[in-house]
Design a protein around this ligand. Structure first.
Ligand SMILES: [Zn+2]
Length: 722
């Protein structure tokens, strides 16, 4: 192993064109944000209105608090894609060095190395210099920042710094070369060959690999090594598939002081870091090594393992048993809701769904696929001899950490590459009191007063699958559960068990169906009836009959929003009179991902986002938007946990009248908004984003945008917060 030596940057000044002639390499905001594109809920990226790439003299007098183009992508959703960025997933597109310097300078300010006044002064100085100088160079020359301080700050913020920008700012790369590389990257992406910026810089010899490694080692403080197979702890490599390591250009070295030393060709790519953490644990000490050294070591390892292959075969069964156990334990620990075990052409991919989003867990050798599938099928009590038909099964797994039982539903689906297995982890979740599900005060009190506390009538809870309807339903049932009430349910299946109520799971195999169960419910003298879900006209009519005979009925419905729930009933040919006289309220809901509490950073909506909301800046007065920077706690997604978003429609006389008159959905919506105090999903989510609980990106991605939201102050008044 050899350690790098530091070097002095080249003079950055020589051949720069004046900055104000710079073409903008940033017209496509996805230039380094490959994820925004694939996000179905977000419109195609439009040109952003960014701060200017040049610094005209007038800009020099502005305070240096200009925020750079705010991040918009959602890195987690892209975790499974081949990364096309070199550095951080959530950050502005590569831009000219003026902004670059500012970005790094902001970190210096944040660290208390530099004062705002000094920064303002340096910006003014730069604007007056005819020769182009980098902001960092000026800060150095003015004696405001020593190279030691600069290095410390760069090291501290290394995961947030963009490689191209850094190279320009330090004088290792000419600005025009960076622009050329970015243009090339764009071209390649359009021809379906996405490449990381670092790779383009190397391939086109804008910078030599040893130079690049030196900069990363010297400025960002990664120890540089030249690994050899002899240095590597084979046990670590045995955990991984060498092809998987090669795809990511990473190489585990050894465990030292509780940390796993891992060499990366690109130690600041958050997705690769994340993949490595999933495999080797979160305590990773990153090192840097050349691609060639990593590849050669892995190839040597592969050659050696091939000669050892028969020995590996022997304990394959034991290996698979452990693999499955570890996978289930890791999924439980990561609070995953589903595990996908997917055979692909050359490997088996395992992904976890956490907070509603799939991400890679690990990939394993295809050779192990049959043993792996068999092991899961044995645990799930499925037929291991059957390989051509879909199957299902069930596993009860004890979480080794909490000791809690987790029910796992197993589904085996036959694909062209073999059996794909999806494991759904059904946790015996604790009941959340209604006060804690995330309703704003006035919405919550109306849900109590105008819905739950009424003696009869139907309460509909609507939303697509996986939006927390069931949790809310159970919270409401639990609220109603008292000694003086009889509650009877029919569910498919029972998901939470509540003491003191009569719960029934449907079982079509023995003819316990909705149709056969309902007449029996009515003979149970219920006060409250819970129908798991309205699926068809039969169950809808049953709910209405029960409500007409003086019962309170709680049920869920698979529709987009509150008005959609009413419309669905109307479209089932149910008399509008029946609907208006039985339905008392409709609650629509969604779950958005919560900004990670460990790494929040303030966020300013950009003009495009304002436009999409139909807002002017003043409509957002008092807002403090936020976005996670990404940290180990949130697995670099910037999100942890979820936030409920609600739209509560209480059917008042005007709304009932609109239903009776068979008004259009648009009219019913308008009347509800104007007369019933309804706050839309979008408005509720927007306010939660403005309070830093979730992000605008989540709001745009998951909430229907049917009406222009009212100004924030108005929404606050409606929901009763200040
Ligand atoms: Zn975080």
């Amino acid at each position: 192993m050899s350690t790098s030596s530091s070097r002095t940057p080249n003079s950055p000044t020589a051949s720069r064109p004046p900055t104000n002639e710079l073409p903008t390499a940033r017209n496509d905001p996805s230039a380094e944000e490959p994820t925004a594109r694939n996000d179905p809920g977000i419109e195609p990226p439009t040109v952003r209105l960014d701060p200017p790439t040049s610094t005209p003299p007038s800009a020099a007098t502005e305070p240096p608090t200009v925020r750079l183009d705010p991040p918009t992508s959602t890195p987690s959703s892209a975790a499974t894609e081949e990364p096309t960025v070199v550095l951080h997933g959530r950050r502005p597109p590569e831009t000219a060095s003026t902004a670059t310097g500012l970005e790094i300078a902001q970190f210096l300010v944040e660290d208390g190395v530099l004062t705002r006044e000094q920064l303002t002064h340096a910006i003014r100085v730069r604007s007056k210099l005819s020769a182009e100088k980098t902001l960092l160079g000026i800060l150095n020359e003015l004696g405001y920042v020593s190279s030691e301080q600069q290095r410390n700050t760069l090291r501290k913020h290394r995961v947030s710094i963009r490689i191209g920008a850094l190279l320009v700012e330090l004088g290792y790369l000419r600005e025009q070369d960076l622009r050329a590389a970015l243009a090339l990257q764009q071209e390649l992406r359009e021809t379906g060959r996405p490449l990381k910026l670092g790779d383009i810089l190397l391939e086109n010899q804008f910078i030599a690999e040893n130079k690049l490694l030196e900069v990363l080692a010297d400025q960002l403080g990664f120890t540089q090594i030249t690994p050899e197979l002899g240095d590597v702890d084979r046990k670590l490599l045995d955990k991984a598939n060498p092809n998987w390591c090669l795809q990511r250009y990473l190489l585990p070295i050894r465990v030292e002081n509780g940390q796993t030393l891992v060499a990366f060709a690109d130690p600041i790519d958050p997705r690769i870091r994340l993949d490595a953490e999933r495999l080797f644990g979160s305590a990773i000490a990153p090192l840097i090594a050349s691609k060639r050294a990593i590849r050669e070591t892995l190839e040597a390892y592969k050659r050696q393992s091939q000669t050892l292959a028969p020995a590996i075969q022997v304990d394959e069964t034991q290996q698979v048993v452990e693999l499955v156990h570890t996978m289930l334990a890791d999924a439980a620990n990561a609070q995953a809701s589903d595990i996908h075990v997917e055979p692909m052409k050359d490997e088996v991919r395992i992904r976890f769904r956490c907070d509603g989003v799939l991400g890679i867990y690990k990939t394993i050798d295809k050779r192990l696929a049959p043993a792996l599938t068999n092991r899961i099928k044995i645990l799930g009590k499925a037929d291991i001899a059957e390989r051509r038909r879909h199957q299902d099964g069930h596993i009860t797994f004890e979480d080794p950490v909490t000791g809690r039982q987790i029910d796992i539903r197993v589904s085996v689906y036959i694909t062209i590459h073999g059996e794909k297995i999806v494991l759904r982890l059904l946790r015996k979740a604790q009941l959340v009191p209604l006060e804690q599900i995330g309703m704003f005060p006035r919405i919550l009190s109306r849900f109590f007063d105008d819905a739950l506390d009424l003696p009869s009538g139907i309460i509909l809870i609507t939303g697509p699958t996986g939006t927390g309807k069931t949790t809310t339903l159970y919270s409401a049932v639990n609220y109603l559960n008292s000694i003086d009430r009889s509650i009877t349910t029919v569910e498919d299946p029972v998901e939470y068990v509540i003491e003191g109520i009569a719960q029934c799971s449907l079982n079509p195999k023995i003819d316990v169906t909705f149709e056969t169960t309902l007449p029996n419910i009515m003979r149970q003298d219920p006060d409250v009836i819970v129908l798991g879900e309205i699926r068809d006209r039969f169950s809808a009519e049953a709910a209405i009959q029960a409500a007409l005979t003086g019962h309170k009925v709680l049920t869920t419905f698979h529709t987009e929003d509150t008005i959609g729930g009413l419309l669905r009933l109307m479209n089932m040919d149910i008399e509008t009179f029946m609907i208006s006289s039985t339905v008392v309220s409709v609650l629509a809901q969604r779950l958005l991902r919560r900004v990670c509490p460990s790494c929040p950073a303030p966020y300013q909506p950009n003009s495009t986002e304002l436009q999409r909301l139909g807002y002017k800046r003043q409509d957002l007065e008092g807002a403090s938007f936020s976005q996670g920077r990404g940290c180990a706690e949130c697995r670099y997604t910037g999100y942890r946990g979820r936030v409920g978003v609600f739209e509560l429609l209480v059917l008042n006389v005007m709304v009932k009248d609109a239903i009776l008159r068979k008004c259009t959905s648009h009219e019913i919506r308008r009347i509800s908004l104007e007369t019933s105090g309804m706050v839309t999903l979008l408005e509720d989510g927007l306010l939660k984003a403005a309070r830093g609980e979730t992000t605008l990106a989540e709001v745009f991605r998951y909430l229907p945008r049917l009406d222009k939201p009212r100004p924030l102050a108005e929404i606050k008044r409606l929901v009763g917060v200040t």
